[in-house]
Design a protein around this ligand. Structure first.
Ligand code: ZN
Length: 173
């Protein structure tokens, strides 16, 4: 069963040893497929339809303000802010991320669930070293190397990767 440990952060801890999985949905508040999927998992755990056998699953509705507004972001694109937060600026996304960063410690697998604004098949962004995991997730293609471009600095999955996780960004199309 999930416990909401802080607003929008749900933890299902089996207390049986196993992987710690961290799932983010709604980093972009108007990308509802991941949000809906995570809500369903939480509901299914409540009703007993979904039972986690071991390890720990953490589900985070990341950008709460943007989710409420049904917009991509409120003040700044959250998915460029994971590496660095400018504490001098009072922005919704910075304030929220400050409360979420501790969740990235000791994570075995990180998934960030997105959907695209233009029509495409589902695909995954990740580091090449995590392709073995990405290949198990049924996307049409895998994009490696976007972290080499400055415009993609501060993306969640590369931040998780730096913290030692196997990490992917799933774009549901
Ligand atoms: Zn997105």
């Amino acid at each position: 069963m999930f416990q909401e440990v802080k607003e929008g952060v749900f933890i299902y801890d089996t207390i049986v040893s196993g992987p710690k999985v961290l799932v983010f949905a709604g980093v972009h508040g108007n990308e509802v497929s991941g949000i809906d999927a995570c809500k369903r998992i939480i509901e299914d755990a409540k009703s007993g339809k979904f039972v986690l056998k071991n390890g720990k699953l953490v589900i985070v509705f990341a950008n709460l303000d943007a989710i409420k507004l049904n917009t991509r972001y409120k003040d700044i694109n959250m998915n460029r802010c994971f590496d660095e937060i400018d504490s001098s600026q009072n922005l919704s996304e910075y304030n929220r991320l400050k409360t979420l960063k501790e969740l990235f410690l000791d994570v075995d697998y990180f998934l960030d669930l997105h959907s695209t604004s233009s029509k495409t098949e589902p695909f995954i962004l990740c580091d090449e070293s995590d392709n073995f995991f990405a290949q198990s997730l049924n996307a049409k293609f895998i994009l490696n190397g976007v972290d080499k471009f400055k415009m993609f600095n501060g993306i969640s999955n590369f931040y998780a990767k730096k913290n030692g996780s196997i990490a992917i960004n799933y774009e549901a199309g």
